[in-house]
Design a binder for this molecule. Structure first.
Ligand code: ZN
Ligand code: ZN
Ligand code: ZN
Ligand code: ZN
Length: 249
């Protein structure tokens, strides 16, 4: 984003400030009969327009809603230091992973855990609630032919390993519980060994940031992707011999 569009967004955002809670409004944006705006949350709690005391109408501010769809909003954790700017459709996704606020438990699937808390408390939570998924050290050995995950504690940082099987394909990636730029300082090597002890596949990828979404990582090719036939060939009995090793770039 260049300086000009940033400045322009700031001007537009000042028009999107709710007069009651001072947060930036997102659609639906309601109007009083004199045309003043209010965010939909505050609309629920006040009877009359805080600006002119007139009643509210059911009319929405289409022009302002259109602007809201175009600007980039600062993250709601900006006071805590988050510098991210987000379009409306990315706000909710970002809030779930923003490292300056409460984040979701790193458990990625099947009866997802409802815990959310601060980044500093993730390690303690996973150790207590998902002890099997927690490990200390740089190498994780994955022998499962099902989807699985693990949280690795290494270099004083937390990394989430995640493997999923979809449409006969195996995808595996590592994310750091950190920003994309912090994550880019780390890489991981995936080594798949065959039962004969001779054949092996080894691939290296950069660790991804926590706010990056899995679909995007899997679809972008920035992670390990194996087809079913390859996996079958590399099985030892019914077990995978996949090792994932983290290191600095
Ligand atoms: Zn408000
Ligand atoms: Zn008014
Ligand atoms: Zn944020
Ligand atoms: Zn959890």
């Amino acid at each position: 984003m260049d300086d000009l569009s940033r400045a322009l967004d700031e001007i537009l955002l000042s028009d999107l400030e709710c007069p009651v809670c001072m947060e930036y409004m997102v659609p639906p944006i309601k109007l009083c009969t004199n045309g003043h705006n209010i965010c939909s949350k505050c609309r629920e709690s006040v009877q009359r327009c805080p600006t002119c005391r007139a009643e509210f109408s059911e009319v929405r501010s289409v022009a302002l809603e259109n602007i809201a769809r175009r600007v980039k909003y600062p993250c709601s954790n900006r006071q805590n230091g988050c510098r991210d700017l987000l379009s409306i459709e990315h706000i909710a996704k970002h809030n779930a992973v923003c490292l300056y606020g409460k984040i979701k438990c790193p458990k990625p699937f099947i009866g997802e855990c409802s815990w959310n808390g601060l980044k500093n408390d993730v390690k303690e939570h996973v150790q207590a609630a998902h002890p099997k998924a927690f490990l200390e050290g740089s190498t994780h050995r994955d022998s499962f032919i099902e989807s699985c995950w693990a949280l690795l504690f290494f270099f004083g940082e937390l990394f989430r390993y995640y493997k999923v099987i979809r449409n006969g394909r195996y995808y595996a990636a590592v994310q750091m519980i950190g920003t994309s730029s912090e994550a880019s300082k780390y890489k991981y090597v995936c080594t798949l060994r065959a039962a004969n002890g001779i054949e092996q596949i080894s691939k290296t990828f950069l660790v991804r940031g926590y706010s990056e979404d899995w679909e995007t990582i899997f679809n972008s090719g920035k992670c390990l992707k194996l087809d079913e036939d390859t996996v079958k060939h590399f099985l030892k009995e019914t077990k995978l011999q996949l090792s994932v090793t983290l290191s600095r770039v």
